[in-house]
Design a protein around this ligand. Structure first.
Ligand code: NAD
Length: 524
């Protein structure tokens, strides 16, 4: 029987293999009461976890890394079973990314989370010592999507945990089992049960988590849900990080290597069946190489082996579900009806299963078409010609999204110069998507693509509250800026300001003389 939303029992979610349509398991959604209990367990366990100290938490992370390394194939298989992506992609874009993210935290978390001195430049504050403390929020909620069901929640959870937080993870309703696999690895590594808990469920469960007493939320998903979450978080000013959708442009400049750029385009548009937030969603190729580039993309697309991700020969698996497939079809139909040329693909492959779609290359698209404006999130490579750098920068920036972009050129300096002009959280020169696997690099967008960052130093900073502690070195001395104002104090202060900020030394010297004796002007 086909699995549809309508035959799912209330309060249940179903894990289904998108390649075969087989039901893997049905799971009960967490109720509001379950979420309340999970938050309260997390809160009681968190103080002890925080007091364990960074070195011990890093040791647990190390153990997690060892266990994941040992179970790499089993974890990748679980990912392929629930998402349909090729096993090799599950290994590289999920397991490897998480192993490396653990490596980054093991190597850097101690330094990045330790107290930091804050030297004072202001002369008036020289007799003070400042320190920056990074304290865990407490209980962090993570709501995750289905497209990278392991690497997204795991990288975020590791950062939250090492910083001393407890985590409640609400995975996508389509990929609960991968989340439970992450939970068992973390528990086996020594993370206490209350410190990492998976809350299984759908959108309503996610909404209940947002309304619970969590201290911060890291959300990854669509812009539409992100806006709902921001609105729900606003009344109590719940801090949120929003990692949302994208419409990432690929700019193929006139000096690009067509062979390299076309391989990058085909991989960047079609890996994970195009269901990647950082996918090439629109491509602009310089008119001088436009036709050659299109031909290369079509030829390479033709060689892709579409099939079950468990088969090691598969390059390209099924889409996650019918709804996503219909959206992709509607974008292709809209483009073709407005004059785009469909060069290859763009049709269902029912002989392989109900969610299979042949990757498509579209030429002669323009910004009137939905495929160039709305997130498609599927295996379509729409290509548009351009003539000048100015034109392609304007086209790239003509979008409500700003997650990432890529520029393809043999001139690295020129590519980097162009990168500065693109409105996006990340711009890659001569590569695409792989920035997500660079654990040092911050991940996140601008405009509708989101708020805040995950990964790297800035992702770790999102998991802590900054506290500034300042100690006065002369506790027995009343401060000159306290009460005791009056004409002479004002003159002293004018002199003090001139001493520091006047543009010539004579005025500065006069300032020193005028400010001398400021301490004597204190009455209180
Ligand atoms: P989605 O917004 O439908 O769902 C994401 C998560 O939110 C799921 O766990 C879902 O159950 C939950 N949810 C749904 N409604 C909710 C509500 N009202 N309150 C709280 N939680 C709710 O997105 P999706 O279809 O799972 O994922 C695809 C989208 O995610 C795409 O737009 C893609 O670009 C985006 N994405 C972004 C990034 C990034 O890092 N920027 C990464 C991956 C995916």
């Amino acid at each position: 029987m086909a699995i549809t939303a309508t035959n799912i029992a209330p309060n249940m979610v179903r894990s289904v293999n998108p390649a075969t349509g087989d039901l893997i398991r049905e799971l009960q959604c967490a109720s509001d009461r379950d979420i309340y209990a999970a938050v309260s367990n997390a809160r009681s366990a968190q103080a002890k976890w925080a007091s364990l100290g960074l070195r011990d938490r890093i040791a647990i992370l190390h153990e997690f890394q060892n266990l994941l390394h040992k179970r790499k194939s089993a974890v990748a298989e679980a990912i392929t079973r629930e998402t349909g992506k090729p096993f090799a992609e599950a290994l590289t874009t999920e397991v490897l990314v998480v192993l490396d993210s653990a490596r980054f935290l093991i190597e850097n978390a101690f330094r990045l989370l330790s107290d930091e001195p804050v030297p004072h430049g202001n002369i008036a504050a020289k007799l003070k010592r400042g320190r920056l403390l990074r304290e865990p929020y407490g209980v962090i909620g993570i709501i995750a999507p289905w497209n990278y069901p392991f690497s997204i929640p795991a990288t975020e959870s590791l950062a939250a945990l090492v910083a001393g937080n407890a985590v409640l993870l609400k995975p996508s309703e389509f990929t609960s089992l991968v989340a439970l696999e992450l939970q068992s690895l973390l528990h086996a590594a020594g993370v206490p049960a209350g410190i990492f808990q998976v809350v299984v469920g759908d959108g309503a469960t996610g909404a209940a988590l947002v309304h619970s007493q969590i201290d911060k939320l890291i959300f990854t998903g669509s812009v539409q849900t992100g806006k709902r979450i921001a609105a729900a978080a606003a009344p109590r000013l719940l801090p949120v990080v929003l990692e949302l959708g994208g419409k990432d442009p690929m700019l193929v400049l006139d000096d690009a290597d067509v062979d390299v750029a076309s391989s990058g385009a085909v991989w960047g548009a079609f890996m994970n069946a195009g269901q990647t937030c950082l996918s090439v969603e629109r491509c602009y190729a310089h008119r001088n190489l436009y036709e050659k580039f299109l031909q290369a993309c079509v030829a390479k697309t033709r060689t892709l082996r579409v099939g079950n991700g468990m088969d090691p020969a598969t390059d390209f698996g099924p889409m996650i579900h019918e709804r996503q497939l219909r959206l992709v079809e509607s974008h292709v139909e809209d483009a073709v009806s407005r004059g785009a040329r469909l060069l290859i693909g763009g049709r269902r492959l029912p002989e392989l299963g109900q969610n299979f779609y042949q990757p498509a290359v579209l030429a002669d698209v323009n910004h009137e078409m939905r495929i160039m404006r709305e997130e498609t999130f599927g295996p379509v490579l729409p290509v548009m010609p351009f003539d000048t750098d100015e034109e392609v920068i304007a086209l790239a920036n003509d979008s409500e999204y700003g997650l990432a972009a890529s520029i393809w050129t043999r001139n690295k300096e020129h590519g980097e110069k162009m990168a500065r002009r693109i409105h996006a959280g990340t711009v890659m020169v001569n590569d695409v998507v792989s920035c997500f696997g660079i654990s040092e690099a911050p991940h996140g967008g601008v405009k509708s693509s989101g708020l805040g960052r995950t990964h790297g130093r800035f992702g770790l900073e999102e998991m802590v509250k900054l506290k500034y502690v300042d100690s006065d070195l002369m506790p027995a001395m009343k401060k000159v800026w306290w009460y005791g104002y009056g004409a002479s104090f004002a003159l002293h202060m004018q002199g003090f300001i001139d001493f520091q900020f006047a543009s010539n030394w004579r005025e500065q010297l006069r300032g020193v003389l005028a400010s001398a004796g400021v301490l004597r002007s204190k009455r209180l």
